[in-house]
Design a protein around this ligand. Sequence first.
Ligand code: SAH
Length: 247
Amino acid sequence: MEERLGRVRVVLVGTTHPGNIGSAARAMKAMGVTDLVLVAPERFPHADATALASGADDLLAGARVVEDLAAAIRDCVWVVGTSARLRTHSVPVLGPADAAGQALGNAAEGPVALVFGREHSGLTNAELDHCNAFVQIPTVPDFSSLNLAGSVQVMTYALRMAALNGEAPALSGAEPTGVERDPPATQAEMEGLFRHFEQALTTIDVLDPDNPRHLMRRLRHLYLRAGLSASEVRMLRGILTHTERGR
Ligand code: SAH
């Protein structure tokens, strides 16, 4: 089960302080989680990142830097967003242990991602709209915001505990249908589905192209929560193609 930790990606979005990137790398390495992706960090590489990594330099050297969250998670089959405060509850909000167990279960099928936000402002709504689930580390209610690297430590510790205890429940979506398991959809396939929905619903005048946000967000939450398989995405896209044609 420990090898599944190698399929768990830590994604840090818009990190301001390079020291936090180093501390996060150190936290990860000690727990056996090694895949680090940085989305538009303010300063990286940086001496403070290297200093605070204290020997986890290999993780920093291997870290990939990408421009936006979509690029960081394209190949992932399950994405969990972390937040100190959650305004929307349209996908499940999990505790660290449940999130870790589900992450390891889903890691049997492909890469999974844990997404962490900016020090000052967290993740944007648009970023949260990529997630299949959220995780909130339980704190006292009136002091809920942890340091970024502290949050990475809590979550990677939970992952390690789940791996050592062999806890990995069945995939949250895409249940097996027979001998062959229907593989879960990747984020890139889900984004293709959402673009297709937007286009088809515009064609049939259900969606106002000048104001698509609300309906599209609700559709995103519905389908991300459902945990679709790749073949279910193909089925829905087939229906959308016929819907666009009007027959
Ligand atoms: N003021 C920001 C706090 C950001 S803290 C906000 O309101 O979101 C930086 C990052 O650390 C967060 O984006 C999240 O990824 C993580 N984090 C901090 N506290 C957390 C908590 N209690 N549970 C889950 N993640 C947390």
